[in-house]
Structures are given as C-alpha cells and as structure tokens.
Design a protein around this ligand. Sequence first.
Ligand code: ADP
Ligand code: 5SP
Length: 498
Amino acid sequence: MPLVAGVDTSTQSCKIVVRDAETGALVRTGSAKHPDGTEVDPRHWWDAFQEAAAAAGGLADVAALSVGGQQHGMVVLDADGNVIRPALLWNDNRSAPSAEALITELGEGSRETGAQAWADAVGSVLVASLTVTKLRWLHDNEPENAARVAAVALPHDWLSWRIAGYGPADDPTAPLGPQLDKLFTDRSDASGTGYYDAAVGEYRLDLLERGLGRTDVVLPRVVGVAEAGAVAHPSVAGSAVDPSTGSGTGCLIGPGAGDNAGASLGLGMTSGDIAISIGTSGVVSAVAPKRTADGSGAINGFADATGNALMLAVTLNAARVLDAAREVLDVDFDGLAELALQAPPGSDGLVLVPYLEGERTPNRPDATGTLHGIRLATSTRAHLARAYIEGMLCGLADGLDALRAQGVSVDRVMLIGGAAQSPAVQQIAPQVFGLPIGIPEPGEYVADGAARQAAWTLAAAGDPEAAAPAWSTTIATTLDADPKPAIREQYAAVRDLV
Ligand SMILES: Nc1ncnc2c1ncn2[C@@H]1O[C@H](COP(=O)(O)OP(=O)(O)O)[C@@H](O)[C@H]1O
Ligand SMILES: O=C(CO)[C@@H](O)[C@H](O)COP(=O)(O)O
C-alpha cells in the first residue's frame, strides 16, 4: 500500500507521521524541537524537519506528503532566495501598533469603521498575529530589509518549497536554487495573511500594499484543496517509491495548510463540531459553510482545508501558562496535575488572568497577567496550580462564547494539543465549559490532517474527483462533570479589571 506523510511545523517543534494512504494506519513517527522565541530563523525549521524525518525512518518510501504549520509567520525572501531576517511569528506582538494604524487608515480615521472593513475584506480584524501587520512593521522599522523583499511566504509555504529542492543559490540542500515563482500555499494559510480574501479566492494586493508599501513581490500560488504544488526533491522524499504502489513520479507535495485547518481535517470536523486546541496557542474552532466577518475581532474568519470556512478564537496564553506554573511550583506535568486536583473548583477565589505574553483575544497585546484573591487560605501550591489551569481554560471558554455569538452550534467538543494530555486539564475543562468534552486518542492531529491531505492529493492525481479518504478518528473518552459556573463568573470579574 502507498505511504503518505504529514508534517506539522508548529511553534515549538516539527512532528511527522507516516500513514498508510488507504486505511490511515499509523506506520512511523518522528519529531524534533524548534528554538524558543517569537522571531526564529527559518533554517531551524528546515533542520528540525530533516531531524524529524530521520527519526521517522526517512521519507524515501513516501508517495505524497503535506505540510501543516503555525500560521501567519512572516518569512521574507530576497531575489536570491535568502531569508532576509528571522521570521516574526504569530505570537510576536511588536506589530500591535502597526495593526492599529492599518485599521484606522482603512477606516479613514475611524477605528470602528476600519475594523469592520478589514473583517469584510479578509475575514479578520487585524491583530499583531496577522502577516500584513508584520510587513507594515518591517516597512516602518527596517526599511532596508523591506526594500530587499522579493517574496513573502508563510512557514508552511517556505518549508514545502525547501522540500521541493528550492532555496538559496549557495545552499547545497537546495539543488534547484532560488526559484521564487515555485512557492505555493493553500487557501487556509493564505486566509491568515490579512491580504487574501478566502470568500472569493483572491489576493488583495491593495491591502498588501498598505502593509509592505508595494506589490512587486512574489506571493505563493494558492493551489486547490487536493492539488499537488510540487514534487519533493528525491534527496528529501520519494526516492525509493515503488511505482506499483501508487506513484511513479516521486513524492507529491500536497497544498499543506495552516495548523488549525490541518487539525480540522485530521479530526474530520463537520458542522456542529468544536475543537479546543491547547498548544502554544489556545484555539477554539468550528467549520462553517461561509467565511464570517466579525467586526468585534473576537473571531477570525479563516478558510479550512476542504473548501469551507474555519472560524477561530485564538489566545496567546495556553500550554505555556501550564509550563509557567510548573516552573513556579517546581513540578513536572504529573505533579502539576496532582496539585491542581487537590484544590476545590474555583480555587477558593484565587483567580489567574493568564496574560503572560499579552493577549490576542481579547486584543490586549501589552497586558500582563494578574493573580487575584490571594489570602492565607489560598496561599497553597494546590490553589495556585488550579488557578493557572482554570484561568487558561476560562480564556478559551470566552472564545467558545464568541463562536456561539456568531451562531455556531455546539454538538460535540474535542480537546487536542499538547496540554490536552494533562489529567487535570481533562477533568477541569468540563466544569469550566459546562459541557461534556471528548478526548480523542492521543495523537498529532495537525500532522494527521496533513497526512490525510497527502493521501487525498495522491488519489486526486489519478482521479481529480476523488474525495478525501475516510479515515476515522476515535474519541477515546468523553469526560463529563457538573458545570461550575462560579469559576467563569469570578474570572470575568477579574478579567475586566485588567
Ligand atoms: N502532560 C502535559 N501537561 C501539560 N502540558 C503539556 C503536557 N504535555 C505537553 N504539554 C505542553 O504542550 C505544549 C506543546 O504542545 P503542542 O500542541 O505540540 O504545541 P505547538 O503545536 O504549539 O508546538 C508544550 O508547551 C508542553 O509543555
Ligand atoms: O495564530 C494562530 C492561529 O491564528 C496559532 O494557532 C498558530 O497557528 C500557532 O499554532 P500552534 O503552534 O500554537 O499550534
């Protein structure tokens, strides 16, 4: 049976799954770490990809692969294919003033008008995460670098291009050289740039110009949902594919996706499904038939990887809030969970508003966190552990409310991402959300979605009408608990003081 690979080049690491294209059975996996920081030289992603591929036993026998990745990161290339400066990631807040300037300019002086105008144009009110704000920051703060820009890519576009063998002229791992016109992307990731309208499937060069100050740059070609954007260079993948197993032309590279669209495909989400992802970012997402335009900015109206829309509420403070709690309490993952479950729901009034890196939803880029309600009785390690977890989950529960306010129905909720492994998160989440929460089998759902897309791309190469393969996702457990509305009430009271 042909094999396919799915890659997740995420904020903290690169993860690869190799699966059977027909059944979806997991065959091999590998992963490698990315460096910390909100600006990162993309060569680290290339190094981590190669390390993860080696850990997964190599990709020589893979007939198709796809790359899902952290969204929005600004990768700027010069005419020779060199990365001009470290990529500014989705969680880099330096462009918050640029976002505000762009909003007010589009609104001709009115922030409210401008916010709605951006939402109407590209589905999202601008915040520092979106690529166009980072281009504006580059234009205003590093004009020499801005003047050298010949192409703008996103993390997944750039990695797919490197896998195809393109890159800087003097790089021996890029035998095909700097062919910028070979860059490609998909509509889900393009929809997070701030200069692509997924409703009509077109770049908005007028909005790109508002960011970068010009439009004479290469933007990645947006390929169809199951269209191969390129073939992997045989030094990277596909050199040993047996033509009789499904590919005689090397390893196809599928369109790829933004990581949240990848997870949606991996989970097989349909209308009424909600995914709550607790990775570096906290994301509450739902698929929808049409792109939304929420002028309040709470919901991003992005695209999914199948032709639908993907509505997202995204927080900056998720798994790393728990990493911070582990640091403060000097415990490991299990220790943190044990401590948190020793404290009562609501932590006897101890509330953490977890804006440890500013916040994106709500849009408070300069905010810091607040610990409220500290008394002798709540000065225990258990209360503190629970307050960190409850505060992080309350931010996500606000995101689910924002989705509901946009008319989303909530039939099934699934919890994924690194911190979803925590037994304390699993037990406290149904109390905070007031809903049963499904825990899928532990897995890498972004990489799985990318693998499913790769299998779809492989099938579509033989039959353009082929549908995405019907791989199933198993919900291992559904956790229920009595809702504890007091947790969110006390959080809301403190949140609005911040
Ligand atoms: N058992 C656990 N309890 C709490 N947090 C965890 C656990 N396992 C992993 N994590 C956290 O999950 C995060 C990584 O999740 P992941 O979804 O891979 O992130 P990303 O996709 O943003 O790189 C890390 O911050 C890590 O500390
Ligand atoms: O900015 C967003 C979505 O708009 C984030 O979801 C990033 O896509 C990063 O994802 P993770 O690495 O945290 O999974």
